[in-house]
Design a protein around this ligand. Structure first.
Ligand code: ADP
Ligand code: ZN
Length: 207
């Protein structure tokens, strides 16, 4: 199974991605996580993209496409993969179609008014990269799943959210249209509990 998951920042995309890869035994490819790892390790790629990401803008296509192309060529992707955060614009979608055309695109639909609260209360795990909301876990420092250290993403600020949403509307919504024309879209109401959203995704994928 080759799947893309798309959703505005704060839609629960990362959380559902973790659930999907566990259930279907897929390789989880999160371009955001790959970039954040590069930033943490101060690699040349990390240094190149740090300011772009902190500002909520998209990293260069050529760089991002190459990273994904290389990642998809590794053996763990042979059994299928879930792309989380890629493609984020039509250029990237066209590139992906040239080396690994997806079977389905899962779109998480969320009311934009809910987004700010979801993002400003987010805590991410340095170790397993799962994310949580302080409404559910309180203001703790350790990951409830693995005990790793929790951190606040530098781009999870009220100011940056505006830019990220704007980028989503202008650049990523056209990707949804692009795959809709290929009949690959699955629309999921993301304004429900994590469990219910996942249930809906499984139903749609198992169809
Ligand atoms: P979000 O929660 O906003 O969906 P991600 O973790 O997927 O966040 O991505 C964080 C940031 O990493 C993006 O705002 C962007 O700067 C960069 N990034 C991630 N994926 C891509 C991509 N496919 N193309 C360009 N930039 C990307
Ligand atoms: Zn963890």
């Amino acid at each position: 199974m080759k799947i893309i998951i798309v959703g505005a920042p704060g839609s629960g995309k990362g959380t559902q991605a973790v659930n999907i890869v566990k259930k279907y035994n897929l390789a989880h490819i999160s371009t955001g996580d790959i970039f954040r790892e590069n930033i943490a390790n101060k690699t040349p790629i990390g240094l190149e993209v740090q300011k772009i990401i902190d500002g909520g803008n998209l990293c260069p296509d050529s760089l991002t496409i190459e990273l994904v192309r290389e990642r998809l060529s590794r053996p763990d992707c042979a059994n299928g993969f879930l792309l989380d955060g890629f493609p984020r614009n039509v250029e990237q979608a066209k590139a992906l179609d040239s080396f690994a055309s997806p079977d389905k695109l899962v779109e998480l639909d969320i009311d934009f008014k809910k987004i700010e609260h979801r993002i400003t209360g987010r805590r991410c795990c340095k170790n397993c990269s799962e994310s949580f909301h302080i409404d559910n876990i309180g203001d703790i420092k350790q990951c409830p799943s693995c005990g790793g250290e929790l951190f606040i993403r530098k781009d999870d600020t009220a100011e940056t959210i505006k830019t990220r949403l704007d980028v989503y509307v202008r650049q990523t919504l056209p990707v949804i249209d692009y795959y809709e024309k290929q009949g690959k879209n699955v629309l999921i109401n993301a304004d429900q509990s994590v469990e219910k959203v996942f249930e809906d995704i499984v139903k749609a994928l198992d169809k």
